[in-house]
Design a protein around this ligand. Structure first.
Ligand code: PLP
Length: 376
């Protein structure tokens, strides 16, 4: 049989047939190859503009000596450090190759065709992918309207109304990506208290280190009270380790036991384990990252306002900016100037761009380029 006559889509499982792949930020190298530009900047993937924690880099160099050995499949040392940090037992922790990994484990462990996951419109793109890949149904709650003070944010009432006997997971991001919006911790606690016992609630705190107020709370401190709570965290954002891929879930040990059954044996590599453990100790780096981010958020918000561009409220390290024209076109004009941001048409946000907070100079360059493009 000729290979071309094979209909691979027919062979694939139904969930995978309909899957839309994740759209990543454009790598700098790709931009420079395709556009022949140099000195480019990337404000597209919510990476830390300060780079990685120096303590983490040092740990990676040390761990490189042992690259020929398999990593510790149970991540003993990193789990011990995380357990101490969060005041939980190591048995509550599931390590992931990025927190993306643990989101997939959750879908594999708790979803199947006939069951549902509930999440919000404009939520993180990985929730629908993880849900659909295992053949489960995505039940999407409308987001708060664009004229709401928390524009495009999660609407807890709308999410609650979608929960039914077939629902097994609710995904919440606090703060959310791509909007940057947040939920007061108190409201999330009330929501958790209202959920029936057959529903796992995943509170994704990928950006929590950047939140400037205590208003969001720390969901990891609610684990004892809510046996159906799963909190996910990552080293990709404030800790500056996106390239190493390491994140984790905190949950009841019963949930962690299930997640660890589907987890590939050596999913977190030895460099990532060492770097994450060291990064946890680098509070000075996190403090500096937060300080720079807070200043950058103000710089971007004010600079965009001066151009007549509004932003959605953000407690993260990016802003979602609303334009009076197509985000895809603006993105193209920025790429030609060596600046990578994130168009969000794939989220149904055609007139928006998501812009990661960079260094002061990078933010200035972005604002200057946008001023040029919007003025012409
Ligand atoms: C970036 C991000 C993650 C983390 O992804 P990693 O796989 O840990 O790099 C998780 N959730 C949200 C909402 C994010 O934006």
């Amino acid at each position: 049989m000729l290979m071309e006559t094979l209909d691979y889509n027919e062979l694939a499982v139904p969930g995978v047939r309909r899957l839309e792949p994740y759209t990543p930020g454009k790598p700098i190298d790709e931009l420079e190859r395709e556009y022949g530009v140099t000195d480019s900047i990337k404000l597209a993937s919510n990476e830390n503009p300060l780079g990685a924690s120096p303590l983490a880099l040092e740990a990676v160099r040390g761990a490189a000596e042992d690259l020929w050995l398999y990593p510790d499949a149970n991540g003993y040392h990193l789990k011990a450090a995380l357990a101490a940090r969060h005041g939980v037992d190591p048995a509550c922790i599931t390590l992931g190759n990025g927190s993306n990994d643990v989101l997939v484990f959750l879908a594999q462990a708790f979803l199947r065709p006939g069951l549902k996951a509930v999440f919000s419109q404009y939520c993180f793109a990985v929730y629908p992918i993880a849900t659909r890949m295992v053949g489960a149904e995505a039940s999407v709650a409308p987001a708060l309207p664009a004229d709401h003070p928390m524009a495009l944010g999660h609407d807890l009432r709308a999410l609650y109304e979608r929960v039914d006997p077939d629902t097994r997971i609710v995904f919440l991001a606090n703060p959310n990506n791509p909007t940057g919006t947040w939920l007061p911790g108190e409201r999330v606690r009330d929501f958790l208290a209202s959920l029936p016992g057959h529903v796992i609630c995943v509170v994704d705190e990928a950006y929590t280190e950047y939140a400037e107020s205590d208003e969001l709370g720390d969901a990891s401190t609610w684990l004892e009270r809510f046996p159906n709570l799963v909190v996910t965290r990552t080293f990709s954002k404030a800790y500056g380790l996106a390239g190493l891929r390491v994140g984790y879930a905190l949950s009841n040990p019963g949930v962690a036991d299930l997640l660890n059954r589907v987890r590939p044996a050596f999913n977190v590599n030895s460099l990532a384990l060492a770097a994450a453990e060291a990064a946890l100790k680098d509070q000075a780096f996190i403090d500096e990252s937060r300080r720079m981010n807070a200043a950058g958020l103000v710089q971007l918000r004010d600079g965009l306002a001066a151009l007549g561009v509004g932003v959605v409220p953000s407690a993260a390290n990016f802003v979602l900016a609303r334009f009076d024209r197509s985000g895809a076109e603006l993105n193209e004009a920025l790429l030609q100037r060596g600046i990578i941001v994130r168009p969000v048409g794939n989220y149904g946000l055609d007139d928006y761009l998501r812009i990661t907070v960079g260094t002061e100079r990078q933010n200035q360059r972005l604002l200057g380029a946008l001023g040029e493009i919007l003025g012409s």
